[in-house]
Design a protein around this ligand. Structure first.
Ligand SMILES: CCCCCCCCCCCCCCCC(=O)SCCNC(=O)CCNC(=O)[C@H](O)C(C)(C)COP(=O)(O)OP(=O)(O)OC[C@H]1O[C@@H](n2cnc3c(N)ncnc32)[C@H](O)[C@@H]1OP(=O)(O)O
Length: 162
């Protein structure tokens, strides 16, 4: 099988309906945010909760910006990927066209944060999404909004080795 065929086979399996409360599959094993086999990754674990997706996350030294504080790009990575899990609920591939992050307070390394994301509106190929990150049982430290655009699977051919 070609790598594209392998990806497609796995992708179809990932898009089967997922029950409320279920753990959702990583996008692929080496995905920067959720891939279990990426040594530099966040190893994000995400669950469906109703029409939302949820995760808890602890940033570590690999994600440092200022000493002791998570890099803003690492925070954006986690938001972007969490939005990518909503595609298992909407039912098809889409990619980020726009991502906006509001940083309310420093995200501290070694601290557990709660994340939740949801689709707020769809319009043709456009999926509008929002997410937030909070201290456990506490206040919001960051929020994000995104526009994803649905794409045909051939979009991913662009990344295949030639
Ligand atoms: C099968 C194999 C599977 C392989 C399995 C691989 C794993 C899969 C992993 C997924 C994992 C997810 C992880 C996280 C998500 C990423 O990280 S995705 C990666 C980052 N994103 C990208 O690389 C995308 C790069 N950009 C592109 O390829 C192209 O720009 C896009 C997004 C396909 C869009 O191109 P396009 O189709 O030409 O769309 P475009 O004409 O620009 O806009 C379409 C519509 O949106 C509107 N629009 C565009 N921008 C805006 C805006 N800022 N505001 C409002 N409206 C806008 C346009 O006005 C237009 O509206 P209409 O005229 O249709 O009403």
């Amino acid at each position: 099988m070609s790598s594209m065929e392998e990806l497609l086979a796995g992708w179809n399996e990932k898009f089967r309906p997922h029950a409320d409360g279920a753990q959702l599959p990583p996008h692929h094993p080496h995905c920067l945010a959720c891939g279990p086999d990426n040594p530099h990754g966040h190893h994000l674990t995400v669950h469906r909760r109703g029409e939302e997706v949820h995760a808890t996350h602890v940033f570590d030294e690999r994600h440092v910006g200022a000493p002791g504080i998570a890099h803003g790009g690492a925070v954006a990575t986690v938001f972007d990927d969490l939005f990518g899990f909503l595609l298992y609920l909407t039912g098809g591939p889409a990619v980020t066209r726009k991502l906006e992050v509001l940083y309310d307070s420093p995200v501290i390394l070694g601290t557990t944060y709660d994340l939740a994301a949801r689709v707020t509106r769809t319009e043709g190929r456009k999926l509008f999404m929002e997410a937030d990150m909070k201290q456990l049982g506490g206040s919001r430290v960051a929020s994000a909004s995104a526009l994803f655009l649905s794409v045909d699977v051939t979009h991913f051919n662009q990344g295949m080795p030639r």
